[in-house]
Design a protein around this ligand. Structure first.
Ligand code: BES
Ligand code: MN
Ligand code: ZN
Length: 506
């Protein structure tokens, strides 16, 4: 099922399902004038007979109307307290409404978004944010289902109409949000693809096909080129696989007047499958390791979002792609490899492969583009989940202003960040015995997310403002949530799109 949104001051001719917002304590927007007095009375009566429905955020009360009495059904959507309604809360409401529409077989939907004068969200934008939330929740990945599922069968497209007096504002806001949603969809798509279909070279081809038409330049460094340039750490990760590693560099130049100024760089870990290599992982749950390219997915999705909304900013995205496999060619524990930076690394554990891919991408982007800021995203460690669970993404940031910008974007978008420490002790823990560095740390499993960040920090040149986001805990959703269904989450697109908009486009 696809969603088709429209916004206008007038009501469409055909209404199957009407959605009416109810604030906490069963309050309505002042203007219920679209309902005649008998309908208003009917509605009050329904609520009086359903005391459990109080108008709390996400509560749903549905009733069917007799034939010939307007819409077939009415969905009362609890929206909570008016003063708590900001843009994000409207988005969440959209995400909560969507499953109710599916469950009740809605066809032509008609929504009046909240318009309360006390709310933080601007009334003219509330409907767009609700639509955005519905879009994020309504994402599906069913291309490999050959048997028609329930939702695929009847209505292929679900028209959803928002009645708003601010038609132009709503449409304009939605156009921007829709571009971001398209970026998130792409990030989720590539995360959900199975690893026999999505591997470094096929992934690179998808990136080119998706992004080039949007005006993004896409350059693929294949294995031969990587060898020539000296991506020794990244190549070591890929050498055990029949699928060759590669690097994809994407450039969006939305601000030609600043073309000689340094761009912002986004770097993503793209391990298309992580078996652990010779230091092999246990079997249980290993299938999830197809999403070990979640960091790269966020970068690719972000590029699509920025180009889609024509962001006035110059950005370079780089993703390091490899498959980590055990084989007769695989890198061994004890091998010493030379990274692109020239630093040598002893591979103590072949399962600590993400940092090996990232360190070369970090070096490449710094030496080639001299970025003003670098933000990397990676499903880097299990240890970040020991520290923060699945709730927060760990943020290691070497610059307070950069942290403040990211933290603000996190508050706005609801993609939660928690600042984690960078420290000389963690950097030191990554000293090699026979080489410059080792890839596992010497503190056993303790502080594993911090030592991983310490490793990466040793590849940051000249104190460039840098943030490392360990998104391992945010890689996938294990159940349906208002922000999206089960599966690849596409975490980071929303956050970084907001960060760019706030910090670089004002
Ligand atoms: N891709 C994993 C981290 C991961 C685990 C992400 C679970 C998402 C869910 C990473 O490559 C890894 O294996 N890290 C090791 C590092 C260790 C060997 C130093 C880890 O965290 O155990
Ligand atoms: Mn690993
Ligand atoms: Zn990994």
């Amino acid at each position: 099922m696809r969603l088709r949104f429209s916004f206008s001051a007038s009501s469409p001719a055909k209404i199957d399902t009407a959605v009416i917002c109810v604030y906490e304590n069963k309050k309505f927007d002042k203007n219920l004038s679209h309902l005649d007095t008998s309908s208003q009375k009917y509605l009050q009566d329904i609520m009086a007979r359903n005391p459990a429905f109080e108008g709390k955020q996400g509560q749903i009360l549905k009733y069917t109307l007799p034939k010939g009495k307007g819409p077939r059904q009415v969905i009362l959507l609890g929206v909570g307290q008016a003063k708590k309604l900001n843009d994000l809360a409207c988005e969440t409401l959209g995400g909560m409404l969507y499953p109710a529409l599916v469950a009740h077989g809605a066809t032509d939907v008609h929504v009046r978004a909240p318009q309360h004068p006390d709310m933080t969200a601007r009334a003219e934008k509330a409907s767009a944010h609700m639509a955005y939330g519905m879009m994020l929740r309504g994402y599906r990945f069913d291309k490999y289902k050959t048997e028609k599922s329930e939702t695929k069968k009847p209505a292929h497209t679900l028209p959803i109409h928002f009645v708003t007096p601010h038609e132009a504002d709503a449409k304009k806001t939605f156009k921007t949000l829709e571009a971001v949603a398209q970026g998130i969809y792409l990030a989720r798509d590539v995360m959900n693809e199975p690893p026999n279909i999505l591997y470094p070279e096929s992934y690179a081809a998808i990136i080119r096909k998706e992004l080039k038409p949007l005006g993004i330049s896409v350059e693929i460094l294949d294995m031969a080129k990587m060898k020539k340039l000296g991506f020794g750490a990244h190549l070591a990760v890929g050498q055990g696989s029949a699928r060759k590693p590669c690097v994809v560099v994407m450039r969006w130049n939305g601000k030609p007047s600043a073309k000689n100024k340094p761009p912002i760089a986004f770097v993503g870990k793209g391990v298309t499958f992580d078996t652990g290599g010779i230091s092999i992982k246990p079997a249980a749950g290993m299938e999830d390791m197809k999403m070990d390219m979640g960091g790269s997915a966020a970068v690719v999705g972000l590029m699509k979002a920025l180009a889609g909304r024509k962001a006035k900013v110059n950005v370079v995205g780089i993703v390091g792609l490899a498959e980590n496999m055990p084989s007769h060619n695989a890198v061994r524990p004890g091998d010493i490899v030379t990274s692109l930076s020239g630093k040598t690394i002893e591979v103590f554990n072949t399962d600590a492969e993400g940092r090996l891919v990232l360190c070369d991408a970090l070096t490449y982007v710094q030496r080639t583009y001299k970025p003003s800021h670098i933000i990397d995203l990676a499903t880097l460690t299990g240890a970040i989940m020991v520290a923060l669970g699945m709730e927060y993404c760990g943020a290691f940031v070497n610059n307070d202003k950069l942290w403040q910008g990211l933290n603000a974007a996190s508050q706005t978008t609801g993609e939660k960040l928690w600042r984690m420490p960078l420290d000389e002790a963690y950097r030191k823990a990554m000293d090699g015995v026979l080489s410059d560095l080792n890839n596992m740390g010497n503190a056993g499993r303790y502080g594993g997310a911090c030592t991983a960040a310490g490793f990466l920090e040793r590849f940051i040149e000249k104190d460039t403002p840098w943030a490392h986001l360990d998104i391992a805990g945010k890689m996938m959703q294990t159940k349906d949530m208002p922000s999206g269904p089960k599966g690849g989450a596409g975490f980071g697109v929303k956050l970084l799109n907001q960060f760019v908009a706030d910090q670089f486009e004002t």
